[in-house]
Design a protein around this ligand. Structure first.
Ligand SMILES: [Zn+2]
Length: 119
Protein backbone atom coordinates (compact mmCIF):
# COMPACT_ATOMS: atom_id res chain seq x y z
CA UNK A 1 0.00 0.00 0.00
CA UNK A 2 2.99 2.26 0.64
CA UNK A 3 3.75 2.12 -3.02
CA UNK A 4 0.25 3.23 -3.93
CA UNK A 5 0.55 6.39 -1.82
CA UNK A 6 4.02 7.00 -3.10
CA UNK A 7 2.82 6.70 -6.67
CA UNK A 8 -0.11 8.97 -5.95
CA UNK A 9 2.20 11.61 -4.50
CA UNK A 10 4.54 11.30 -7.45
CA UNK A 11 1.59 11.62 -9.79
CA UNK A 12 0.36 14.73 -8.02
CA UNK A 13 3.79 16.30 -8.05
CA UNK A 14 3.97 15.58 -11.75
CA UNK A 15 0.59 17.25 -12.32
CA UNK A 16 1.62 20.33 -10.35
CA UNK A 17 4.85 20.44 -12.30
CA UNK A 18 2.94 20.21 -15.59
CA UNK A 19 0.55 22.92 -14.44
CA UNK A 20 3.41 25.22 -13.49
CA UNK A 21 4.99 24.52 -16.82
CA UNK A 22 1.84 25.41 -18.75
CA UNK A 23 1.32 28.58 -16.69
CA UNK A 24 4.90 29.53 -17.45
CA UNK A 25 4.30 28.76 -21.14
CA UNK A 26 1.18 30.94 -21.16
CA UNK A 27 3.06 33.80 -19.51
CA UNK A 28 5.85 33.60 -22.06
CA UNK A 29 3.39 33.35 -24.96
CA UNK A 30 1.48 36.39 -23.77
CA UNK A 31 4.73 38.32 -23.32
CA UNK A 32 5.78 37.34 -26.86
CA UNK A 33 2.46 38.38 -28.38
CA UNK A 34 2.59 41.71 -26.56
CA UNK A 35 6.13 42.29 -27.84
CA UNK A 36 4.99 41.36 -31.36
CA UNK A 37 2.23 43.94 -31.09
CA UNK A 38 4.84 46.54 -30.11
CA UNK A 39 6.98 45.49 -33.06
CA UNK A 40 3.99 45.77 -35.41
CA UNK A 41 3.33 49.31 -34.19
CA UNK A 42 6.95 50.25 -34.90
CA UNK A 43 6.80 48.55 -38.32
CA UNK A 44 3.67 50.56 -39.09
CA UNK A 45 5.37 53.81 -38.08
CA UNK A 46 8.47 52.97 -40.16
CA UNK A 47 6.23 52.10 -43.11
CA UNK A 48 4.28 55.33 -42.73
CA UNK A 49 7.47 57.39 -42.71
CA UNK A 50 8.86 55.51 -45.72
CA UNK A 51 5.68 56.10 -47.71
CA UNK A 52 5.57 59.76 -46.72
CA UNK A 53 9.19 60.16 -47.82
CA UNK A 54 9.12 58.35 -51.14
CA UNK A 55 5.43 58.50 -52.04
CA UNK A 56 2.89 55.67 -52.23
CA UNK A 57 3.57 55.17 -55.97
CA UNK A 58 6.77 53.38 -55.08
CA UNK A 59 4.86 50.65 -53.28
CA UNK A 60 2.81 49.34 -56.18
CA UNK A 61 -0.41 47.59 -55.28
CA UNK A 62 -0.07 48.36 -51.59
CA UNK A 63 0.51 52.00 -52.40
CA UNK A 64 -2.66 52.04 -54.53
CA UNK A 65 -4.61 50.43 -51.74
CA UNK A 66 -3.30 53.01 -49.29
CA UNK A 67 -4.23 55.90 -51.56
CA UNK A 68 -7.76 54.58 -51.94
CA UNK A 69 -8.13 54.30 -48.17
CA UNK A 70 -6.66 57.77 -47.60
CA UNK A 71 -9.04 59.23 -50.19
CA UNK A 72 -11.92 57.53 -48.41
CA UNK A 73 -10.80 59.00 -45.08
CA UNK A 74 -10.73 62.48 -46.64
CA UNK A 75 -14.22 61.97 -48.07
CA UNK A 76 -15.53 60.91 -44.68
CA UNK A 77 -13.72 63.79 -42.96
CA UNK A 78 -15.35 66.24 -45.35
CA UNK A 79 -18.73 64.98 -44.19
CA UNK A 80 -17.69 65.45 -40.59
CA UNK A 81 -17.55 69.23 -39.92
CA UNK A 82 -21.25 69.81 -40.58
CA UNK A 83 -22.27 67.02 -38.22
CA UNK A 84 -19.68 67.93 -35.61
CA UNK A 85 -20.70 71.61 -35.71
CA UNK A 86 -24.32 70.58 -35.25
CA UNK A 87 -23.64 68.73 -32.03
CA UNK A 88 -21.09 71.29 -30.88
CA UNK A 89 -23.63 74.13 -30.97
CA UNK A 90 -24.50 74.91 -27.38
CA UNK A 91 -26.88 77.22 -25.59
CA UNK A 92 -25.63 79.31 -22.73
CA UNK A 93 -28.18 79.59 -19.98
CA UNK A 94 -29.16 83.23 -19.35
CA UNK A 95 -29.85 82.36 -15.72
CA UNK A 96 -26.70 80.56 -14.61
CA UNK A 97 -24.58 80.70 -17.78
CA UNK A 98 -24.19 76.91 -17.86
CA UNK A 99 -23.52 75.34 -21.27
CA UNK A 100 -26.37 73.19 -22.56
CA UNK A 101 -26.80 71.15 -25.75
CA UNK A 102 -28.07 73.18 -28.72
CA UNK A 103 -31.40 71.36 -28.75
CA UNK A 104 -32.04 71.68 -25.02
CA UNK A 105 -35.45 73.10 -24.01
CA UNK A 106 -34.37 73.99 -20.50
CA UNK A 107 -31.16 74.35 -18.50
CA UNK A 108 -29.86 71.10 -17.09
CA UNK A 109 -28.22 73.09 -14.33
CA UNK A 110 -30.89 75.45 -12.99
CA UNK A 111 -33.95 74.34 -14.95
CA UNK A 112 -34.54 77.70 -16.64
CA UNK A 113 -36.70 77.37 -19.76
CA UNK A 114 -35.08 78.47 -23.00
CA UNK A 115 -37.08 80.54 -25.43
CA UNK A 116 -36.97 79.18 -28.94
CA UNK A 117 -34.19 81.09 -30.60
CA UNK A 118 -34.36 79.87 -34.15
CA UNK A 119 -31.71 81.62 -36.18
ZN1 LIG B 1 -29.12 77.59 -15.93
Amino acid sequence: MGDFLGDLKKGLNKSVEDLNKSVKTLEIQSKISSLKKDADAVYAEIGKRAVEESGPEKYGELGDKLQIILAEIRTEEEKLPADAAETKKTKTCPGCSAENPGDARFCSCCGEMFEDQNP
